[in-house]
Design a protein around this ligand. Sequence first.
Ligand SMILES: Cc1cc2nc3c(=O)[nH]c(=O)nc-3n(C[C@H](O)[C@H](O)[C@H](O)COP(=O)(O)OP(=O)(O)OC[C@H]3O[C@@H](n4cnc5c(N)ncnc54)[C@H](O)[C@@H]3O)c2cc1C
Length: 431
Amino acid sequence: MSDVSHSVDLAGIGAGPFNLSIAALADSHVPSLTTRFFDRQRHYVWHSGMMLPGTHLQTGFLKDLVTGVAPTSPHSFLSYLVAHRRFYRFLNAELSTVSRAEFSDYLRWVAEHLPNVSLDEGVREVDFADDHFRVTTEHGRYRARHLCLGTGKRPWLPAFAEPLRGPRCLHAESIAEMTHDFSDQRVVIVGGGQSGADIFINALNGHWGMPASLHWLSRRRNFQPLDETAFTNEYFTPEYTSWFTELDDATRQREVLAQKYASDGITPAALLDIYQRLYHRFDVLGEPRWAHLLPHREAVDMDSIGEGFRLWTTHGLTGDRERFDADIVIFATGFQSGLPECLAPLQDRLSLTDGSITVGDHFMVEWDGPPGHGLYAVNAGRTRYGIAEPQLSLMAWRSAVILNHMAGRAVFDIEDDPGPVTWRPVKDRNA
Ligand SMILES: Cc1cc2nc3c(=O)[nH]c(=O)nc-3n(C[C@H](O)[C@H](O)[C@H](O)COP(=O)(O)OP(=O)(O)OC[C@H]3O[C@@H](n4cnc5c(N)ncnc54)[C@H](O)[C@@H]3O)c2cc1C
């Protein structure tokens, strides 16, 4: 490791899509800021552990790293298509959604082209001293005026499953990282969101070999669709997000819960695909029914029996306890926020709620540092900014908000003209 300390205006920890968006916009539009983004991935893949065949984006491809605020940027998805000489074929393919594999390759292309992104350079430690953030990476030391935290979220497993974690009891986020053999195995998937659906489709298709049985359990009252209708999509606009931040804490939390299926449901296309596959296999071809969907089941306990497991659930309507004997259990149970280890030296200076940072105006983290030193965070302010915060939809806009604030001027136009819905109360109106 080099002993020399490099100075930058902004250091980014992690270069997942959210920080990569800031890196891309800073590169093309804010040359006055020196920036450096570090990611520990050597070969850039977007959620590599979930890169399964047939998986698609839940959002449109124009919601890329930059287009929402800088449509002429060289780092747009359209620039990627043109650079790869497949713009016309992409149009002819009439894809309603881009595959996750293609979007991941787009992100890789941007990350590898940007001079301000360092791959294969994990951040080990971040501290604040001598009026600077001190960032220690695997290869060097940096002094930074501002910091942007973009390390993503951690997979969440129910506490009862943690001690059993292994190749046969795993979280969805790592399923594509190992080879599995489901042949003649009793497989249970827990979790009724998009990841559960993607794994169910692949298991049903025999991607890991044909299972003896396949049970898909969901705590939800049914296999709920993603609400991607026009007025629901208004939640994913700068106008709505700005209004949302003005609400009080309790109201924001209540609204986020009520809007769950605007971001956490399964795409209608995937649901129909599953239904049609089940119909063909079990109704048309008449195979004995070995795949089962069980909503309203909350997994509550699990123990190991020999090489397998016994999983207990409670029925959401009747309270009945049910038992599932399985050889392989996959938890598609989502992600949680948490403080990255490299931030430990700063921990005492952060305002934490239940172990998570608090995000305020301009996506800045509340901390007791001196003025003029912004600690920004992306994908960490769901209760502050609403359900768009962990999604791709507004990432370019959020990056523009952060860069405008850091630059101290309106580099990007982040204002939105009023849409068809009146969110704010109106005192007097002649109807
Ligand atoms: C399987 C999956 C599919 C999704 N699909 C969609 C979708 O279609 N539409 C949508 O709107 N949202 C989607 N999301 C939600 C969200 O858009 C993504 O999770 C998105 O990747 C979040 O971006 P991020 O940059 O915050 O975090 P991540 O993508 O998790 O990236 C974090 C990065 O930080 C790096 N890192 C972590 N710690 C360090 C460290 N100490 N030093 C250096 N680097 C570090 C990691 O290597 C990683 O590259 C999806 C989520 C998942 C899990």
